[in-house]
Design a protein around this ligand. Structure first.
Ligand code: FES
Ligand code: FE2
Length: 435
């Protein structure tokens, strides 16, 4: 539980807010490279409560500009993206990707006024299909991009989708790092023990013991369950500042398993862009790990067939068909007979409960138990980052290369060093295979 004041402190992300300042110390995933084409349509982007426009200029550079023209405020969304800049349709002023005013055709040709006008333009960097943005103060030397592995592996080894979630980013992150809900929210009612992988068999234990390790990137989270008389099964996941998590995917018996992660990027105080990643450190993804394959559709990704038709609003390509307006397609009969929760698919299930807490969850009325230890510790990390000019992780980009794992080890063995090479993304490391 937090006081109302503490809650306000961590949930607000707009310009000038304490947590908004913390988030502005990090690079943020802003748009997918494929969403902006050279001289193509500008894309509305909402990030940390700011309305922005992303566009790719003729030479391929991505600009992220203030939404309103610095002249008299018409929306640059209507602009003409032509020959190295975005030209406002109202009076023709033109801005380059770095915000420089490069043409002012309704002013005298010898005027120096263009040199005095500058559009707010945030620095961008592009790496492996993702455009990153830095919304911090321009005087700050820029940190390096975090070395999140989903953004380092070749295109064939990753699948990235996004989903607009209608709630505050904090409750979304807290859903991502809460290892105790899967045995309920996402569980079937009946299981055939003979068909379960070892991992899924261990996971039938709904009362794991949690252990936490503070790291240079945030938190390593261990969930311990009994494997047999001598050994424990540990599920190792991660929270990375300020809003990432890494989790296990697949069945646990693949010698070259894919892994998963989220970036819960605040669009504003009550809307979150949930970036979802499946990646494989060793091999190309199979067909049943990407796109609209039924296995993927029932998982964490918002697959193409699960999206509403495109709009030009910010995040307009990534709105789920299953949403609050239709109770996330809840099927009460399925809930009676088949699944613990009758909403189809993991991410609609998560969205349903997270959005049902309200646009901004009230943490002053909660009752937290031992299973909430990761949530409690992550809140502490956020609160201690407030006011910190160099919050945790900003100066440790190489620490972000972590993956989730499931390991079975002797009861007296140390979970924090189990499968360490794999967990910390060392080159050539192999995944532990569960038996
Ligand atoms: S408002 Fe954009 S050029 Fe006048
Ligand atoms: Fe979940």
């Amino acid at each position: 539980m937090l006081t109302r004041e503490q809650n306000e402190l961590i949930v607000r992300v707009g310009p000038g807010t304490p947590m908004g300042n913390v988030l502005r110390a990090y690079w943020l995933p802003a748009v997918l490279s494929e969403e902006v084409e050279p001289d193509g349509t500008p894309l509305r982007v909402r990030l940390l409560g700011e309305d922005l426009l992303a566009f790719r200029d003729t030479a391929g550079k991505v600009g992220l500009l203030q939404h309103n023209c610095p002249h008299r405020g018409a929306s640059l969304f209507f602009g003409r993206n032509e020959q190295g800049g975005l030209r406002c349709v109202y009076h023709g002023w033109k801005f380059a990707a770095d915000g420089t005013c490069v043409d002012m055709p309704n002013e005298p040709p010898d005027s120096d006024f263009p040199s005095k006008v500058h559009a707010i333009a945030y620095p961008t960097r592009e790496r492996n299909g993702v455009v990153w943005a830095y919304l911090g103060p321009s005087a700050t030397p820029l940190p390096e991009l975090p070395e999140v592995e989903w953004n380092l592996v070749p295109a064939a080894q990753r699948y990235v989708t996004k989903r607009v979630q209608a709630c505050n980013w904090v409750q979304a992150v807290e859903g991502g790092i809460d290892p105790s809900h899967s045995g309920f929210l996402h569980a079937p009612l009946h299981v055939d023990l003979s068909t379960l992988s070892p991992r899924d068999r261990y996971r039938l234990d709904k009362r794991p013991h949690f252990a936490l390790l503070e790291t240079p990137y945030g938190l390593r989270i261990g969930a311990r369950r009994t494997a047999d008389a001598d050994r424990y099964y540990w599920s190792v996941t991660h929270f990375m500042m300020p809003f990432y998590n890494a989790f296990n995917s697949g069945s646990g018996d693949d010698p070259q398993p894919s892994v998963g992660g989220f970036a819960w990027v605040p669009m504003d105080d009550t809307t979150t862009m949930a970036w979802c990643f499946t990646w494989n450190p060793q091999r190309a993804l199979r067909d049943d790990e990407q796109g609209d394959h039924p296995r993927v559709r029932s998982g964490v990704h918002l697959t193409p067939s699960a999206r509403l038709s495109l709009t030009s609003a910010a995040g307009g390509a990534w709105r789920p068909i299953a949403n609050r307006g239709n109770d996330y397609l809840l099927d009460r009969n399925v809930q009676r007979t088949t699944r613990f929760f009758g909403v189809p698919g993991i991410s609609p299930q998560d969205a349903a409960v997270q959005e049902s807490m309200g646009p901004i969850a009230d943490r002053a009325t909660e009752h937290l138990g031992s299973s909430d230890s990761a949530v409690i510790r992550v809140r502490r990390l956020w609160l201690s980052a407030v006011g910190d000019a160099l919050p945790l992780g900003v100066a440790a980009p190489d620490a972000y290369r972590v993956r989730a794992a499931g390991v079975v080890i002797d009861r007296d063995a140390d979970w924090t060093t189990a499968a360490a090479d794999w967990v910390t993304g060392q080159p050539g490391a192999t995944s532990p295979v569960l038996t």
